[in-house]
Design a protein. Structure first.
Length: 118
């Protein structure tokens, strides 16, 4: 098990880090969410990249791809932060794509009305 504070390798059943003394295993509510429950939002990130907004979707994919690798080294806090960033950028990309689509449809309607006036 890797220490989340300093990254040192420890025994899997160690209670404290051998290098920095940080607590490695906590029980109950203080332990935080289990590693398996940290969503990576990779599918959502890919979909908003393809269908909504390419630049912000790529940022979401980068954060989403960091979640599993951070969990693999035992950095649960970093994985949660990357997960939250991936979710935020996915929503930003979706919102911007939706706004551009609505504006485009509105302009097409206005253009159609203006063309019929002449």
């Amino acid at each position: 098990m890797f220490c989340p504070s300093c990254g040192a390798q420890n025994d899997d059943n160690a209670f404290k880090c051998v290098q920095c003394g940080a607590v490695l295993q906590r029980s109950g509510a203080a332990a935080g969410p289990p590693a398996a429950q940290v969503p990576n939002y990779l599918v959502q990130s890919i979909l908003v990249t393809l269908f909504c907004c390419l630049p912000f979707g790529i940022v979401a994919i980068v954060y989403a791809s960091q979640v599993n690798s951070k969990l693999a080294i035992g950095d649960v806090k970093g994985a949660i932060a990357a997960s939250n960033s991936a979710k935020t950028w996915s929503w930003v990309s979706f919102g911007l794509g939706l706004a551009v689509t609505v504006a485009y449809i509105g302009l097409m309607i206005i253009g159609g009305i203006a063309a019929n006036q002449h």
